[in-house]
Design a protein around this ligand. Sequence first.
Ligand code: ZN
Length: 330
Amino acid sequence: MADADRTLQPGQIVPLISQRDGDTHVVVRLTSHWRTDPLVASAVTLDTVDQSLTPAEVELAVAELPGEPFSVTSFQGRKVAGVHVRGKLPGLVITAGQHANESSGVVGALRAARHLNSHRDAHYALVALENPDGAALHHHLQATHPTHMAHAARYTALGDDLEARLKPPFGEKAARLEAIARTDARLHLSLHGYPAHEWTRPRAGYVPRGSELWTVPKGFFLIFRRHPGHDGMRFLSALTEELLSGSPELAEFNAGQQRMWQAHVGDLPFERINGIPCLITTDERSTVPFTLVTEFPDETIRGAAFHLAHTTQMRTVLVAARLYWKGLLA
Ligand SMILES: [Zn+2]
């Protein structure tokens, strides 16, 4: 069994670290866990929200979206809520919060959903928070360690990466699969984030195995996966052009972070298209022919930085949807 196997289900591992005088102690306790967060929350103003949303806040925001609701229940009993808007245009799937400590995509997806209906015949399904149990843990950990990246919250309550579930029971992933089945989507927008500050000291001699790419931020970037025989470069070129030219703030942010990467690491490990690094792969990991993964360095950020993050996620959804529906991925 590979040590980077994302299908392993060791359970939710919750690191609780506190400072005490005297010797250092490590205590490992096995406990059961269930939903304890309140079911009702007051609605937040999504356009200006400056920190990650709780699962209850997301549930409430999804309930206010247009479209036919569908849902599955998470391992700990939370709702993984989706909406489906039927139209004549090609189907689109939008998901966020697969890795629940990457929280800007959740807000970006919810904000985008309120604008997508302005397209006549828009056809999409959206799951704004795929991993609510992880999000609950994220909030729990943030309360005591607000600047920690909380990678424990990346996983589900079973301890796996939900995307890696390739056979039943699919659990939380069933919402994404239903979104794909309902829309017969040719494009899946999967909104993600990554550490907003260096993970290790550059040249410290330690680089997390298998995660070398993520040790120093390199700005907002995209991962574009397509099936063999599918191109999509016209779409990607138009998307990156519009994203950067439409936001001087993002352009400045990306240029600054890439200067930092250059200074500490060297050349970017993948090509830049119109100022946005793009990692392009050809594979059949998904049943959907085209997958666009967004990566905003959003872990631990709040305030104005978080606002730029979720605004960029929202803009990516809106521009990608428009280009897709214009036929650029045909
Ligand atoms: Zn992720």
